[in-house]
Design a protein around this ligand. Structure first.
Ligand code: NAD
Ligand code: ZN
Length: 263
């Protein structure tokens, strides 16, 4: 396979960037083989995610919705972060300020070692009581019978996954932080997202309007590709590690004189 060659102007812009923001979507976890909502996987194939991932479905049939989430949680905890998740940990160390925003709920960024991830849609590995708000541990559920709902050990309320369901608002503070980061970004990377789910898809556009260099990394052009400055087609697990290597090489070859402002 041919090595990926990055434009020198892109590497120069990255080297000069003080604030780098990355938005990730389900595509970054594809190489970890995380089943997406839409994968035909046996038992759940006859349900549409919209039918299960909403509060009415949960209240009408908590056992079924909890079982679906248990199944999805088992999938994500059974896979490993891939080279793309790890490359973002490395990238964070190469720039003065780094913000990682994800639409994923799979916890793979945190497991790869990224700190302070802004999780726009929550995290499927966490659960909360809908009555008292207390966190519930997945270990509790494995002890309860499959045909009884998972209830809170403190108050007996129903336990739900900490994810944003259809019809629910994004966590306000998390989204506000992501928006501010986008507005202040020097470089904004959008990785493995189809950019059809709003308001997450607004973030690269906001960054671009505020003057950031916007870069998309995806196996195909997303819905907002025409609005991005640079589109790199390829698998995130290949492109991101190559980009980190190219940034290191670029930094090593820079003359010390480059650091002195030319007047
Ligand atoms: P999406 O499924 O709509 O789009 C995925 C994008 O990734 C596509 O544009 C595809 O071309 C691209 N892609 C696929 N493989 C890739 C690879 N190896 N490298 C780079 N790009 C690749 O995902 P989305 O934009 O994140 O929106 C889906 C919604 O569903 C989100 O709201 C998210 O919360 C939820 N979701 C999350 C997960 C997860 O946590 N892993 C999985 C499925 C769905
Ligand atoms: Zn409770």
């Amino acid at each position: 396979m041919n090595p990926i060659v990055f434009d020198d102007s892109l590497l120069t812009r990255l080297a000069a960037a003080r604030r780098v923001v990355v938005l990730t979507g389900a595509g970054i976890s594809a190489e970890s083989r995380v089943a997406t909502f839409r994968d035909p996987d046996g038992l759940w194939a006859r349900f549409r995610p919209e039918e299960l991932a909403n509060v009415d479905a949960f209240l009408a049939n908590p056992v079924m919705v909890q079982a679906w989430y248990r199944h999805r949680r088992d999938i994500v905890t059974g896979v490993q972060p891939n080279a793309a998740h790890h490359a973002l940990v490395d990238l964070a160390r190469l720039v003065p300020s780094f913000t990682l925003v994800t639409q994923n709920v799979d916890d793979l960024h945190r497991r790869a070692g990224s700190d302070d991830v802004l999780e726009l849609h929550g995290n499927i590995t966490r659960s909360t009581c809908i009555a008292c708000g207390e966190s519930a541990s997945p270990e509790d559920v494995s002890a309860s019978p499959q045909d009884d709902p998972w209830i809170c050990a403190s108050c007996g309320g129903l336990v739900r996954p900490d994810v944003v369901w259809f019809g629910e608002a994004l966590p306000e503070d998390v989204f506000a932080d992501a928006w501010t980061a986008a507005e202040n970004a020097d470089v904004f990377l959008s990785v493995g997202t189809s950019a059809v789910v709003y308001p997450a898809a607004d973030l690269p556009l906001v960054a671009g309007s505020a003057g950031a260099l916007t870069i998309e990394i995806n196996v195909e052009r997303s819905a907002i590709a025409d609005h991005m400055d640079v589109v790199i087609l390829g698998q995130a697990g290949r492109v991101l590690p190559a980009l980190v290597t190219a940034m290191r090489t670029h930094a090593a070859h820079r003359s010390p004189l480059d650091a002195i402002p030319h007047v």
